[in-house]
Design a protein around this ligand. Sequence first.
Ligand code: PEP
Ligand code: MN
Length: 381
Amino acid sequence: MSAVWQAFFLVVMHVRHRAYLCVMSYFKTARPYIIAGPCSAETREQVLATAEALAGIGVQLMRAGVWKPRTRPGSFEGNGEAALQWLSEAKALYKLPVTVEVAEPAHIELALKYGMDVLWIGARTTVNPFQVQHLADALKGVNIPVMVKNPVNPDVDLWLGAIERFEKVGITDVAAIHRGFSGYSGAAGYRNQPNWPIPIELKRRRPELPVICDPSHITGNRERIAEVAQKALDMHFDGLMIETHPDPAAAWSDAAQQVTPDALRTILAGLVVREEYTHNMSGQEQLEYLRQLMDSLDAEIIDLVAKRMELSEQIGVVKHQCNMTTYQPSRWREIVETRGDHGAAKGLPKEFVVELYEKIHHESIRIQLAVMEHAAKEIKK
Ligand code: PEP
Ligand code: MN
């Protein structure tokens, strides 16, 4: 890169950075933006002790559940209004903004009365557009930052829909929280599957929207919080929500996933915050060179896939002429085996290659079904 281009590049990066700062959302005032606090506000002492410790760590926002959506009745369901009082004391004493989960308009009314700074919508509420709309309506004319957890099922439209309902009533600071999705319990050792393509798709559709990762509810296990938190930062998440309790093992809810304030401090100190762009010119040049190679490979891949689909169409014509089924299980088994083995020989995970071929094969079948349908219509004419 010539010196002129280098200078130009630096200026562009600088302007981008300034622009980013000017339109800064509430949740982008720190990078990463850290939310911590107990799953539930249990006692006044617990809330105040946690707040004192968190203020010393430099956390941006304290969380605590005061109405708890529990899977089964009879579990601890939160201390309600009393807990709001403790949180407002903690806020005043330690100058720490506070946030609670709201699931009903009455919760919003109380949370505002006690001066909560931010509200969050839980995963079990986000799934219900009626309820989300009730909450949004209750916020008309109140501009308070709102965080929307993903719905329990991996549906990016439902998540985005809830976010839009708050934006439509005039909430200007909305953030998304990725807390994982229900799945086969225990699969891959997570409490809630991270399913990363979903938050990444959300970011692709709404690049300016802050997205915060909740590794506590994803892992369900304090030992794995650091690992998932780092992964989230490397995927350009804007912040983290980490459940923190002075005595996690004795917590009234989610005991296995909470960490002490000291453990939180260690986790945060160990995180590496990487940037999307670099001012390192030789790194930038190398990246551009490698990306050019990748762009041309991608163009070749698409050309090859298009050629493969043309072949599929021709095969569809032959199958129709010979009165054969489009889908032939034995052929599909052969593809899975041979392509999987070929991929493995090249160092690619077999499951990845098979998944890729599932998509390609599905499209081939679609094309061949269309050939059959078209031929059938021609015959009718
Ligand atoms: C929580 O944050 O404690 C909580 C109930 O989370 P979720 O809505 O993600 O289950
Ligand atoms: Mn919890």
